[in-house]
Design a protein around this ligand. Sequence first.
Ligand code: GLC
Length: 803
Amino acid sequence: MQFGRFDGLHREYVITNPRTPVKWINYIGTRAFGGFVDHTGGALICKDDPTFNRITKYIQQLPASDFKGETLYLRLKTDAGLRVTSPFFVPCLDPLDRFECHIGLGYTRIVSESLGLRTDALIFVPMGEQREVRDIRITNISDGVVEVDAIPVVEYSHPDALLQFTNADWLPQTMQSRAFSDGDFTVLLQYPFMTRETRVNFLTSNLPASSFDTDRKQFLGDNEYGAFRAPLALLQAELGNSQAQRGDNVAVLLHRLGKLPSGMTRRLIVQLGQASSIAEARPGIDRYRDPATVESALEAVAAFWDDYLASLQVSTPDQSADAMLNVHNPYQCYVTKTWSRYLSSYQPGLGARGIGYRDSMQDVIAVLPAVPQEGRDLVRMLLSFQKRDGSAMHQFNPLTMEGSCGDSLEMADRPHYYSDDHLWGVLAVAAYLKETGELGFLDESVPFYEKGATGEPLESGSVLEHLLRGLEFTRRDVGQHGLPLLGFADWNDTVNLSAGAESLFTAHLYGRALLEIAAVFEHLGDQEAEQEQRLAHDEMRLRVERAAWDGEWYVRYFDAEGRPVGSSKDDKGQIYLNAQSWAVLSGFASAARARMAMDAAYRRLNTEYGLKLSAPGFNGYDPKYGGITTYPPGAKENGGIFLHPNPWAAMAEAMLRNGERAYRYYAQINPVSMNDRIEVYECEPYVYAQNILGDEHPQFGLARNSWLTGTASWCYQTATQWILGIRPELAGLRFDPCIPPNWDGFSARRRFRGKLWQITVRNPAGVSSGVVETRVDGQQWPTNLVPPDLPGTAHTVEVRLGT
Ligand code: GLC
């Protein structure tokens, strides 16, 4: 069953049935001002930080039919009296003759038709602006005259989003609204009393409002036994002009659009913003009342995305892959870069998560081809949360820049650090260097996290020093097999063994990081330093190979007593995916073991919806393992299809030159192919979700936690760098595809170090990999690595695969 379709031409997904199984969302703006809009026009908007400066009240847990944050009513004068309806479907839920929600790049556009009216509402945040714009066109598509009013509504949250839910005494006494006349227009201001002079939210529009309300009790009426589905104030000729002195604040503007003859359109431009005062806000408000300003702001958003997506465009035999790689996947990567794991339908942004050190270090890698400078800025910021001992804070709040240990504080008797966090920085920095060649970044000075009494950093070090300290931390922090201690957890947050347990994941990540840093030293010509890192790699490789092979696959942990976890001898959790794929990514596994391990993963973990993270699932809470056993079998990390590690398995298969399987792992989780199975899958088919219930769960195939997941970054990296094989290296761009043998080739356009590379790959012999010929600008080239500094700004590269 479908709820919409892809529109490649406009780079949109178009939802055509508003009754999606869960709310499907899109993002607008940035963390500086923005949030998400759901497909029924509800919106969670904040400025700078969703925890401490939230603007709209959006409660994810309420039923889909409920009002959330923002909406729009239309009111028609009919012979039978006033008729109130919702062009966004929610909250009135009247049937619509037509519904389209266009999920665009940085905007959402909702088009609907009912009762003889077409409403076309474009919702976005102009670049660099602190306002959400809703550009709404209302057209009479009937043959007769329609008299209509348009009524946009916002419900405010207290800026302290958590307090909104935990304090029902002080908080409602402080929430106030005031109305201002601004020439012909009305501006509704809202603020908690204490920020009245310093920070105010505003709602206004480009048309005169005949009345307004800001007190929810007045607007809904009858002591709030009136409901958003049919607010009683809308049954009166005019709203009550309430200026809330306390309580639940809304902003409602009634615009009388008048009698629209057949074919006539009225345009209403609504702005929701924040400023230090009305005086500060006024000039911007004036500008955005002008449709020309709105139009050019929208063009600027489109230009940003044109440029962003131009960093890579591909044409392959798989249209679903093209849809993801050319539009939706890089878009999601930018969203995850912006929001980390902070704000979505599943991440309420109430302070617990903030920006994840580990998560963002992975997210950033995928945006480097498009926005290297933004990537560099983020990496620098993340590194400032690394501690002097080399380990890192798990997450931080981007407004207060306060770091935290995350959930590792949950269990008092477990260590309070994550063993992997700091190592991801090595991968991110290496990726930046490979993309840009800007080796000077290594010398940039970045503070460590610890601060003195007056808040100044106690120590700073170069970016390189940060990376080396991270590696040094892991080198020292080892247990009885010489493998890295687990800490509270590694990448898998939910296996929380007692202190003294060891992590194979962290061993592998450390191995991968050592390969990356060794390549950097090699490129710098520092043989001694390179050698040192390669020796460290060898040392850890031997320990892993000695201790962790179980016979058919690699174990995943050793517990504090030194017993393996993730072994055929275990009753539950016998095999873990990452222990197999990362044995390849780390360069530790011998060829024979690598193949066996990956085959075991295929046999034991693969399903039609993707690879499970582990199997079989635990069936009951067991404090020995911690978080993983809080889930029923088949859910999330406990035997669920956790998607983030799926591209790692595909990458490992590509490294092992199994193009068929690499592609299968990539393609089988492509959400585009879920478009026909939404009744099972439920989430947005235009972005990756974090998890799908596994085959031990009665709801096998059901996805959750879409948008903010490392799946986006790793699917993009795997597909572009390891399957299509267009791979930045320090010395240039490598062309090394590993594709399904039945592909006859593909083409791509890649921006790399300021030049445009037009790439054609041909596969006449029907192989998976193996470049037998490379031509650059028509000339034979001796290797499949092309240096970045060829004269000229555009080059063609022709690659032929064969044996
Ligand atoms: C979530 C977390 C991520 C973690 C993963 C596995 O996606 O954001 O940091 O690695 O779960 O537990």
